[in-house]
Design a protein. Sequence first.
Length: 400
Amino acid sequence: MLKEKRVIRDPIHGYIHIDDELIWNLINTREFQRLRRIRQLGSTSVVFPSGTHTRHLHSLGCYEVARRMLEEIKNLGECLNEREKRAVLAAALLHDIGHAPFSHSFEAILKHHHEFYTVQIIKGPSEVNDVLNTVDDRFAEEVAQIIDHSHPNKILSQIISSQLDADRIDYLLRDSYCTGTIYGKVDLDRLLRTMRVRDNVLAVKQSSIYTVENYIMSRYHMYWQVYYHPTSRSFDSILKSLFLRLKDLHEENPDIVREYPMYKALLEKEILNNDEFFLLDDETCSYSFNLMRNSSDPILKDLAVRIMDRHLFDYTSADNEEELIRHCLRKGYDPRYYVVKDYQRQIPYLPYLGRGSDNIWMLMDNGELRELSEVSSVVGSLTDLNEQDERVFYPKEIMK
């Protein structure tokens, strides 16, 4: 334990409390500090200018929610030993350490989900791994197991990644606050006060069913009003086109990496090592886009200018794709880069069969455990709601 508890000021939780030297040392690793240079919402700031908060802030917030869960949920602390508590707090802090620039939109470019790189960094070689190894040589593997859902104690993964977890609670509260919206309001205090452990799963008492329903609706509204906003998806479509063009140019002439050395590993390798991944952040990408403003390739130059100066694509129904391709060709635009289809879907709540700990469970007044959609008519009506949105993004000038 630290000789004196450390606190970090936070607009969402007031104070983030740290009394374990392990957690403090993890915060001060270079991999965790890199998250200061990764924006939480990626391209969303093109729509909500104040939404520029970082993965660093969110990761600290996720840790704080997990810490409060251990302290405030009755009987949770009794169900876990001290090693498991330290491991789950470390996992909460590190759960996003494998995030690339521009949030989830960059994962299509990397070809691997952020959890893949999170586990790779935790297992080392890395400063994070060195700190975890101060506990013993098995501890890093246990933290990784919590994140990839392979830990034998499923309640640990439920705390970090389920349908009602520390990660989702913090990002709803934080993203709503930082974007200036009201959709993500969650009553964290009441949730913690009414959560219990029963049959090795976290459950919420029946008296808080309306609080849980509000949480589900908050997620639903945040996804369609903020995370899937068509303007930020327009930015993402240009980003994907830019890297597609860069890869095509690299296939024609591998020497292009001399102009953009920050992408050498990305262009040449299927999987980046931890040192190569460490160099990718929002600031590096922004610098590279400024370099591309002067590219001799007109497509790469145009896409970079659009990203940096917010000259975004327009959008329409996916049914118009063939017409847009014809307009592109007529105007001299290559539709490979200038007609981009994007598909998004969101199911507000999906009960899992055979994955009980991932469901949201209600602890009924008679002591029975029941899955949320069975006892909430509101949530039950949402389980069949599979909203989809498919659009095509294109330069508005091709229609003139």
